[in-house]
Write a protein that binds this ligand. Structure first.
Ligand code: ADP
Ligand code: ASP
Ligand code: MG
Length: 426
């Protein structure tokens, strides 16, 4: 008998029929003699629709109200799932983030979970219920509702798993595990049986949307084993866990892509001390999240400063840059929104020279121009034009010998859902 947390994403609870499937699966986990706690996302595209409603009324909705609004999505799915389980003769009880005892920091829209007081969930389990917890939300010290950033239900699931001492945190989605690249972009991507926390964290941070990076970070910190698997099949998925000597040490574990960033270049700033400090202090003061930073100094003593940031921070970044340009006496700035970042990830990279050369050659042969490059000990990221992302990821996937003999097969998604997934990924 095991204690299992089972998290279901938006696609898995998108309709009453799918909620029925989830209810059946939870009941079957229970029938096998396990205890189970469900964590759910909002139905289908609900969160996007709520964001759209807010945008129709306000250019800059107050973050507190935004979180209050977005948290309602998960509150609908949790109650419907509890009803579906009850209708099948099993006991279920839904819990909002507050009721589940999820305490967070106060930063609205990207709050961090600090503590889970899981007493109510524990009691419900002991009384024979299947607790159903609303993902993505918690409560701060003032008693206000917070949300955990897009994809945050994964983090709720890991936090609850840690809070109740679960044996495993199962994350069910519309793919049957973690692949060597997004299988929707690379049909020959291969499913990984197991991946270390470090590699998974780097993949998620570099854009692999299958697991939220925060969730992996939390799982690593508290040693929670994650099982990423399909909501539509019983096939085993991918285990995300502590690195151990039996794990295969591939040079490259996977390739992630991210089309959600933009590039800004401040041109012709004087090449003198203090310029970078002024630019980046102003950006930090306005909470613009930065990713890559590259400086080019010309022989004439001027410098171009380029950085990338999430598209969602672009308005803030523009405002900061426009204010800072006269202060640092730079000429002007340009924005490029049509970029994509492609990242090779693998802990094996540390001990394997030549990865960069092989990657650059593969992209050159595929006629892909590299705009920016950055590295970490276990990651090599390259920015390319957005319309070349597919060619770039596929070329790298082949060049590093990751192509599988089989082709990824879609299960269960409607044409409309597939279209939405494609848009999200690109
Ligand atoms: P959920 O809504 O259930 O949380 P997500 O849409 O957040 O599911 O995550 C699943 C999606 O992640 C898949 O549909 C897939 O297109 C995408 N994805 C990106 N990178 C990968 C990868 N390396 N392996 C598997 N899926 C990936
Ligand atoms: N519903 C939220 C989102 O769409 C959280 C989640 O799905 O994990 O981002
Ligand atoms: Mg997700």
């Amino acid at each position: 008998m095991a204690l299992i947390v089972a998290k279901f994403g938006g696609t898995s609870v998108a309709s009453p029929e799918r909620i029925q499937m989830v209810a059946k699966r939870l009941i079957s986990i229970k029938q096998q003699g396990n205890d189970v706690v469900a964590v759910v996302s909002a139905m289908g595209k609900t969160t996007d629709e709520l964001v759209g409603l807010a945008a129709a009324l306000s250019k800059n909705p107050p973050a507190r109200e935004m979180d209050r609004l977005l948290s309602t999505g998960e509150q609908v799915s949790m109650t419907l799932l509890a009803m579906a389980i009850e209708a099948r003769g099993y006991r279920a009880m839904s819990f909002t983030g507050r009721q589940a005892g999820i305490k967070t920091s106060t930063e609205h829209k990207k709050a961090k979970i600090q503590l889970v007081h899981a007493d109510r969930i524990q009691t419900a389990i002991e009384e024979g219920y299947i607790p159903v917890v609303a993902g993505f939300q918690g409560i701060d010290e003032k008693g206000d509702i917070t949300t955990l950033g897009r994809g945050g239900s994964d983090t709720t699931a890991v936090a609850v798993a840690y809070g109740i001492g679960a044996d495993v945190c199962e994350i069910y989605s519309d793919v049957d595990g973690v692949y060597s690249a997004d299988p929707r972009l690379v049909p020959r991507a291969r499913k990984l049986d197991v991946i270390s926390y470090d590699d998974m964290l780097e993949l998620s941070s570099a854009g692999a949307g299958v697991l939220q990076a925060r969730a992996v970070e939390l799982a690593r910190k508290y040693n929670v084993v994650i099982h990423s698997r399909s909501a539509f099949s019983d096939a085993p998925g991918t285990l995300i866990k502590e690195d151990d000597p039996s794990m295969e040490k591939a040079v490259i574990s996977g390739i992630a892509h991210d089309t959600s960033e933009v590039k800004i270049t401040i041109r012709d700033a004087p090449d003198e001390s203090g310029i970078a400090s002024k630019i980046f202090s102003a950006l930090a003061g306005n909470k613009v999240n930065l990713d890559m930073i590259i400086q080019n100094v010309s022989e004439e003593g001027s410098t171009d400063m380029t950085f990338t940031c999430p598209e969602s921070d672009l308005d803030k970044a523009r405002e900061v840059v426009e204010n800072v340009i006269p202060v640092i006496r730079a000429r002007d700035y340009v924005v490029d929104e049509n970029i994509a970042k492609v990242s090779l990830v693998g802990t094996g990279m540390k001990s394997s020279p030549g990865v960069a050369a092989r990657a650059f050659t593969a992209l050159a042969e595929a006629d892909v121009n590299i705009i920016l490059i950055s590295t970490s000990p276990i990651r090599l990221s390259m920015v390319v034009a957005a319309d070349q992302v597919e060619v770039a990821v596929r070329a790298l996937h082949t060049a590093f010998g990751l192509d599988s003999d089989s082709v990824f097969e879609e299960t269960m998604l409607s044409a409309e859902e597939l279209e939405a997934k494609k848009k999200k990924g690109r």
